[in-house]
Design a protein around this ligand. Structure first.
Ligand code: GLN
Length: 557
């Protein structure tokens, strides 16, 4: 079958959950046996979000092939289990960079380079995942192929466009969609997500913003096929009919997305209203039977039944839900599979002192020491790691969090009072965390860290090995794992023997570069630090074994 393209845009306000809707559509089509991918187009000028402060855009998600991307890719992977790549996260910056680089190479043969058609053509090429060399297809667009290097052909490519209709910067993306719609005919479908506010004083739901949003879209030449109305209150059929008739959309193509107790209920809610069936009908594919999605329903059942709570502290510096999105979701998922509700408490490491640490961590069954960059808040992380180590409270250090566990151990067990990471103090005499050799000559910030999936050999019999082998059949009987990274600094092997002799073991090693990827103190209930980010590979149907075993330990402690 020809590849079909679904475009997802948003109107009225941002933060409506376009990523969740896109991921849900992906999930539902995948459940019908189609090969799906989901990509995000962001209209900002940064080449990627890797250099953005998490306060700006939340967490930076990392793909296996080492691209720093928007956090929506985390939703795509958690919902569908598919592995995204660098082709799934595109920004205006990357589009312009490709066009400008080609212009410098002389590819445009003396033409004046303009937003239309050159920028819009490049957007279209990437939306179609077509090859860069136009000779490979008429105009470069007529053969919807997989993108160079991606090696995969898809039944459905879902493209989510960031921002809100009417934004100046998203106009070229809308123009690209308009053109593609025309070119692809029935092989393209436009889904528009809008908001229906409830006015308390009038006790009424209002559809006018939706009507305006659709008008704006129509003004750009795009007629949406399907409307998804985000609402806090149930919309009755007369409201849906009103929207349908004002917006030129079939009634069955107006679905509502009410607030749900969990984002993982959304695909099922969308399926109940026939969103996937409506998409297939628009494209002209026989709808067939509704897939039962048994594993997904089993998970939801478990989620609904989990009433016991386990309190877990997130020790970090970004007081923003989205900053540690994948860690939060990984804890939630591991909680559900352990039949409990993970209650996550953000604990600002900047406020932790030796005097108040007991009070700050009181009531926590375990803590996660969060990833991060730079000096701010690290002393609080070290104090927290010391407290949980000496009080035997389950502790999970991730990336910078693992590095802080290592520094704490050096200071308080090995006796190197001035131990530090070279990131915080390049002149520290005891650089137990040091810059990786290959990072030393790098001056550019963007995309130059150790990024993406690397091999890690587990030491058999270690706690980490046990976690991978006991918790998740996916990893059964494996000593070799692959996990995603995003860092410049690393455990300093000069100190390895001393750590091991004193009780902190190096139990995960990257064989190619002999880098320490996991440390643990086996005498403790659960005290493990990972240099990689296990949170990026935890999915709804396959929660990550380290999170599973950590939450289990929290429950038992
Ligand atoms: N700042 C640390 C490093 O670069 C850790 C990075 C992280 O936590 N992602 O090594």
């Amino acid at each position: 079958m020809d590849t079909k393209y679904i475009f997802v845009t948003g109107g009225v306000v941002s933060s409506l959950g376009k990523g969740i809707i896109s991921a849900s559509i992906g999930k539902l089509l995948q459940a019908r046996g189609y090969k799906v991918t989901i990509q995000k187009f962001d209209p900002y000028i940064n080449i990627d979000p890797g250099t953005l402060n998490p306060y700006e855009h939340g967490e930076c998600y990392v793909t296996e092939d080492g691209m720093e991307t928007d956090l929506d890719l985390g939703h795509y992977e958690r919902f569908t289990g598919i592995h995204t790549t660098r082709h799934n996260s595109i920004t205006t910056g990357r589009i312009y960079k490709t066009v400008i680089d080609r212009e410098r190479k002389g590819d445009y043969l003396g033409k004046t380079i303009q937003v239309v058609p050159h920028i819009t053509d490049e957007i279209k090429r990437r939306m179609l995942r077509a090859p860069l060399n136009p000779s490979e297809g008429r105009n470069g667009f007529d053969s919807p192929l997989h993108l160079e290097g991606s090696g995969e052909a898809f039944d459905f490519v879902i493209t989510e466009v960031g921002g809100t209709i009417g934004d100046i910067e998203s106009a070229p993306f809308m123009e690209a969609i308009r053109q593609l719609r025309w070119q692809l005919g029935r092989n393209a479908v436009c889904v528009h997500l809008t908001y229906v506010p409830y006015l308390k004083a009038a006790d009424e739901l209002k559809t006018k913003p939706t009507q305006h949003s659709v008008k704006e879209l129509q003004g750009m030449g795009i007629q949406p096929d399907i409307l998804v109305l985000r609402t806090e209150r149930h919309l009755d059929d007369s409201m849906r009919l009103k929207v349908a008739s004002f917006c030129n959309v079939d009634l069955e193509c107006v679905v509502q997305s009410e607030d749900m107790p969990s984002i993982y209920e959304v695909p099922v809610n969308m399926q109940r209203q026939g969103l996937d069936a409506a998409i297939l009908r628009k494209i002209g594919i026989p709808v067939g039977e509704t897939p039962a999605m048994v594993p997904w329903h089993t998970f939801l059942e478990k989620q609904r039944n989990a009433s016991r709570e386990v309190h877990i502290g997130l020790v970090g510096k970004y007081d923003l839900q989205d900053a540690y999105k994948s860690i939060r979701e990984s804890l939630n998922l591991a909680g559900i599979y352990n039949d409990v509700k993970a209650k996550i408490h953000f604990i600002n490491s900047e406020g932790i002192t030796p005097e108040n640490v007991a009070e700050q961590l009181s009531g926590m069954a375990g803590i996660v020491v969060c990833p991060g960059f730079g000096q701010r808040g690290i002393e609080g992380k070290i104090i927290a790691a010391e407290y949980t180590r000496t009080h035997d409270i389950p502790t999970f250090g991730i990336c910078l969090g693992m590095q802080m566990m290592v520094i704490e151990f050096a200071r308080n067990v090995l006796g190197y009072k001035d131990a530090n990471s070279a990131e915080m103090n390049p002149d520290t005499p005891h650089n137990v965390i040091d810059m990786m050799e290959e990072q030393k000559n790098i001056t550019q910030m963007g995309g130059t860290m150790r990024l993406g999936a690397y091999d890690c050999e587990l030491v058999e019999g270690s706690r980490a090995w046990e976690a991978y082998n006991n918790q998740c059949s996916m990893f059964n009987a494996q000593c070799s794992i692959k996990e995603r990274h995003r860092h410049r600094y690393e455990f300093n092997n000069k100190y390895k023997a001393e750590y091991e002799a004193n009780g902190m073991k190096c139990v995960g090693i990257n064989p190619a570069a002999d880098l320490v990827e996991i440390v643990e103190i086996p005498e403790k209930k659960w005290y493990i630090g990972a240099q990689f980010h296990p949170e990026y590979s935890s999915t709804v149907l396959h929660p990550h074994p380290l999170f599973m075993s950590f939450v289990k330990a929290c429950l038992e402690s």
